[in-house]
Design a protein around this ligand. Structure first.
Ligand SMILES: C[S@@+](CC[C@H](N)C(=O)[O-])C[C@H]1O[C@@H](n2cnc3c(N)ncnc32)[C@H](O)[C@@H]1O
Length: 299
């Protein structure tokens, strides 16, 4: 159950550009939500570090939506990238981080304590597919790459609606794929391996019944929210990548390899191993990622 603690961590470069649309999260996985998933935890932490400019922009946007002393709920908070960034950006905010995975929450509490934010962050362990513990009334509910994990979007949206005070906002962030690190122009063969991985991962997610690629704008409206904003961020980090971004590439590709171990050819697996092993020596790796954001307001 709950606990208190608070924020910290660092960030580094990237570029983000807005445009339009919708999508979902790159790392699917109900199976990834289990305990002891250290790779996922490191990947989430690095995601926030490496995509720093995007995070700054989206956190600033969230901050513009809330009143003084806001009460914020982070659904599927993971290691707390959103919780901690919001706590740092909004010094009077009071935050509740919810996740089913106690190890994620433990990591979140540790980071929060290190950052001296423990007094404003509490964690709640709960399965959001079940009945929700009392989380509201909230000024802002934040869900980053977590909505696609939940079984019943309409039910979840009704629960969020009930958690918000009238006038409160719900900010959903999703992505539709892992970032891409290899460019056709630089290395066509390796880029093709990456594309085959992406196709296979997309098939997995679909078979698992995950809510990837949902039109959350339409779903928000159907649930009684006013659609207040919608935006796609196209993120690109050019080569050569800084060391933490190289590490992010390695962790992501290694994770892809583990998940697809039984589904790729021996050649593709060997190629992935080589790419991961030689990543620090390559000058051609880039990062291309998209994030989709929707904001709904409870009337
Ligand atoms: C991809 S991670 C995103 C973490 C974080 N929001 C971020 O953006 O870095 C998804 C998180 O949702 C959590 N999750 C998945 N299904 C859940 C459920 N039914 N109830 C509560 N949390 C859940 C997982 O444990 C995981 O920490």
């Amino acid at each position: 159950m709950a606990n208190d603690h608070a924020d910290h961590h660092h960030s580094h470069g990237s570029h983000s550009h807005g445009s339009h649309s919708h999508g979902s999260h790159g790392d699917s996985h109900h199976e990834d939500s289990h305990h002891g998933d250290g790779d996922l935890a490191e990947m989430l932490d690095l995601d926030a570090e490496v995509l720093h400019d995007y995070y700054r922009e989206v956190i600033g946007w969230a901050g513009s939506l809330v009143p003084e002393n806001p009460r914020i709920v982070d659904l599927g908070a993971g290691t707390g990238t959103g919780t901690l960034a919001l706590a740092r950006h909004l010094p009077t905010a009071d935050l509740t981080a919810v996740d089913m995975d106690e190890e994620m929450l433990e990591r979140l509490r540790h980071r929060a304590a290190q950052a001296g934010l423990a007094d404003r962050i509490r964690t709640v362990q709960a399965d959001l597919d079940g009945d929700w513990p009392g989380l509201g009334p909230a000024d802002l509910v934040w869900a980053s790459a977590s909505m696609h994990h939940l079984a019943d979007p309409a039910r979840t949206l009704a629960q969020v609606y009930a958690t918000l005070r009238p006038g409160g906002t719900f900010m959903i962030t999703e992505l539709d794929a892992f970032p891409r690190f290899l460019k056709d122009a630089a290395d066509a063969a390796d880029a093709a391996v990456e594309e085959r991985c992406h196709a296979e991962l997309a098939r997995f997610r679909q078979e698992a019944g995950m809510h990837m690629g949902e039109d959350w704008g339409a779903r928000l409206k159907a649930a009684g929210f006013e659609l207040e904003g919608e935006r796609r961020f196209d993120i690109e980090l050019p080569a050569p990548l800084p060391p933490n971004a190289v590490r992010y590439a390695q962790v992501t590709l290694q994770r892809t390899r583990s998940r697809l171990a039984d589904h790729l050819t021996g050649d593709d697996l060997a190629a992935l191993d080589r790419i991961v092993a030689t990543a620090p020596d390559r000058a051609d790796l880039t990062i291309r990622a998209t994030r989709d954001v929707w904001i709904g307001r409870r009337p």
